[in-house]
Design a protein around this ligand. Sequence first.
Ligand code: SF4
Length: 453
Amino acid sequence: MTHSSIRPAKISFVIPDSIAEEVGFEVGDSLIAINDFPLRDLIDYQFLCADEYLELDVIDNKGQTHRVEIKKNYDDDLGLEFENALFDGLIQCNNHCPFCFIDQQPPGKRDSLYLKDDDYRLSFLYGSYLTLTNLSKKEWERIERMRLSPLYVSVHSTEANIRIRLLKNPRAGQIIEQFKWFQERQLQIHAQVVVCPGINDSFHLEKTLTDLALFHQGDIPTIISAAVVPVGLTRFRPLEDELIPVTKTKAKEVIKQVRSLQEKFYHRFNSNFAWLADEWFLIGQEELPPESHYEDYPQSDNGVGSIRQFCQEFKTTAKRLLPAKVDKSVKLTWVVGNAVKKAFQPLVQELNKVDGLTINLEALQSHYWGQETTVTGLLTGEDLLTQLQGKDLGDGILLPSIMLKHNDICFLDDMTVKELAKQLNVKIFPVTGIEELIGICLHSSTSSTMSNR
Ligand code: SF4
């Protein structure tokens, strides 16, 4: 684990009418400590802010230090946002998984694209997956003391030798002992298993899911849910790797196997407990399960049921917001990954029922990564440029912001949205969520594009 020292927490936004605005905080000021405690990260900040009397040590834009005193209600938010959630640097990964997406990128890109995080703070704050192989005694104690739960853990296999082989790390074999540690403290985990054919599939997968289910007992189950995800390979992966891509036949086999385990789990827990990522059904060319299958969508951020959930939310929102007609005719192109082409057709039909509104769905494949079935979040600027050039894109592109990184400025291949808009000579509307998508369909002439925001 690399671990740099604490840096002042730089403020990126001061919420209007907040306590912070009232006491005069400005963007660019930095917070050093609260009540004399230095802040390691957003978790410390949130924890220390839960008090009625605060003394804040601050460095302003001009480098002057100040002590600011604030009296407030215990749970009042100060209204500050920071450039980064981690003020002492990222805890980096010490594994060497052959399927690591970071190693499957082309060389020569921005340095930050090659940073491998394996940081329990990001797991707690944002639900990113970690492996638990790089935690020091101090970090374990902090998880316990601050009750940082649930965490999202990449398990891959409960068999020590297989997990060590997959993570290429001798420290990876203690996963069962680690589950017991969580269990004793009533802390919880969402688990994931990335299935690599020939390594942790078939009876190994059955053993892993059965072992995980042993920790899904009682009022506070240690393992809340387990997602089963197919390994994702790109054309940039190292030649010497031992990985086999998931085929249609393999996907069908895994679907059948996990479905039969779900039946057993449902009988025991009244919950499916183990969840198949949507990608299995897309690769296996099978129907996605119905909405009722997904209970409360415990792993939708991990691609489990997210297509169903999106379609369902779209239906309700469209019913509420879509008018019979628009004042001024508009034609837009909605760009998505080809993985959701079939599922999104009814949504497009719904939008096109609005008189004067024409939406064309462009479901693209990623030639950049060399993937036949592509999820929307993996499309790059180059993919859009090569496949949309010369097409009639109407009055603009609806661009799901899930494709964008680094404050929504650029794609995974570093191309900026502005660059793409210029090359395609079209307006681009980045959209987050269904309300914004519908809002832009109805008011595109007054909505902000990437070139004018
Ligand atoms: S743990 Fe994650 S970041 Fe680290 S090597 Fe494995 S896949 Fe990559």
